[in-house]
Design a binder for this molecule. Structure first.
Ligand SMILES: Cc1ncc(COP(=O)(O)O)c(C=O)c1O
Length: 357
């Protein structure tokens, strides 16, 4: 034990590992997954495709066929390319390894996606979180610009829409920040499938801009595939850090297959957005709760009369798992986040919540 403490870097010793609660048969509304399974005939077609995959061989190291299929679907601006990651988490890690170090600062508005801070710690970069506005979680322009001037971050993340607040940061302000910042700005469009908003058109205009997306939220969380879009000059450098074979064969084949059936995922995202609006209205009607509008597949709400932990535990006893965000950031006091699920799951959640509140 003593030797472990001596050998592991102090920055790692100081970290907490990322906690994922076991779902164990609970209705799972905690992780922004797509709740819809594939139709049986599509599953059969898919099984045929992956039955020919040679799992005794390494995957194609650059996943070039898959990259080409994704690029075709994206309609990238001229001169732009993509890089694939084992989930966007891996891409965040690659960016952090390339731009981090003890003399570097990473920045993001907060509350936001926790991995920005978590991964910064692993590369010894100092992380500066700039608080969002407390009422509607929009960016605080003055605070962002002055923090950038003071700390000169090498890397800035904006999740758009933001997790866990669900809002879309103002486009003009982000572009102003991209212009002001000397460092790289990464726009994380993990929830693009629901928001349908992108800053992709700006990629050719700004050398310090990259955009990241994932297949996780639109329906393929189990496959782990994210991609980073930007100029080849950036991607060539970052690719030096990417481990060979980071995208496994089953992911490569499955994503290529589903890109040929993209309407299914688009229809599912549209259904999720419709259910999100119903869930929003239902939550807004419950006395003692306030809920924020969302452009993603989840909703953030605050319990005013009852501690969030009690609400979370009560829901869990009733068989529903959501995310308790109280304690995660001062702006999220008594806040909880619920992922939009199947209609039946949303009703189960609402019934359990109403009987608790
Ligand atoms: C904003 C944001 N970016 C990235 C991710 C991680 O995505 P992936 O599953 O591709 O690692 C999440 C997951 O919750 C997220 O909310």
């Amino acid at each position: 034990m003593k030797r472990i403490k001596q050998l592991i870097k102090s920055s790692v010793l100081a970290m907490q590992s990322y906690q994922v609660l076991a779902a164990n048969g609970l209705t799972k509304l905690d992780a922004m997954e797509n709740p819809y399974p594939w139709p049986d005939d599509l599953k059969r077609e898919w099984l045929k495709v992956i039955s020919s995959v040679e799992i005794n061989r390494y995957p194609e190291a650059g996943a070039n066929a898959l990259k080409a299929s994704i690029c075709k679907a994206l309609k990238l601006p001229d001169g732009m390319d993509i890089m694939l990651g084992n989930g966007s988490d891996e891409l965040i890690q690659i960016l952090a390894l390339a731009l981090g170090g003890s003399d570097r600062v990473f920045m993001a508005p907060e509350p936001s996606f926790v991995m920005y801070r978590q991964i910064s710690q692993t590369v010894d970069a100092r992380f500066v979180g700039v608080p969002l506005m407390p009422d509607n979680f929009s960016l605080n322009r003055e605070a962002m610009l002055s923090a950038i001037a003071v700390h000169e971050p090498s890397l800035i993340f904006f999740a758009r829409p933001n997790n866990p607040t669900g809002n879309l940061f103002d486009e003009n302000l982000i572009i102003e920040i991209v212009q002001e910042a000397q460092g790289l700005v990464v726009i994380d469009e993990a929830y693009y499938a629901f928001a349908k908003e992108t800053l992709m058109e700006y990629l050719p205009r700004f050398e310090n801009l990259l955009i990241m997306r994932t297949f996780s939220k639109s329906g393929l969380a189990g496959l782990r595939l994210g991609y980073l879009m930007g100029s080849r000059d950036w991607l060539v450098e970052l690719d030096k850090i990417r481990l060979p074979y980071n995208i496994n064969v089953l992911t490569q084949k499955t994503v290529e297959f589903i890109l040929g059936h993209s309407k299914l995922l688009e229809d599912q995202a549209a259904a999720i957005c419709a259910h999100r609006e119903q869930l929003y209205a239902a939550l807004a009607a419950i006395p003692g709760l306030s809920v924020w509008p969302s452009a993603a597949n989840f909703l953030l709400f605050r319990s005013s009369n009852q501690p969030a932990l009690e609400v979370f535990e009560g829901l869990k006893r009733a068989g529903v798992l959501i995310k308790n965000l109280d304690d995660s950031h001062p702006l999220l006091e008594n806040c909880l986040r619920v992922t939009v699920g199947l209609d039946t799951e949303n009703h189960r959640f609402l019934e359990a919540l109403e009987s608790l509140i």
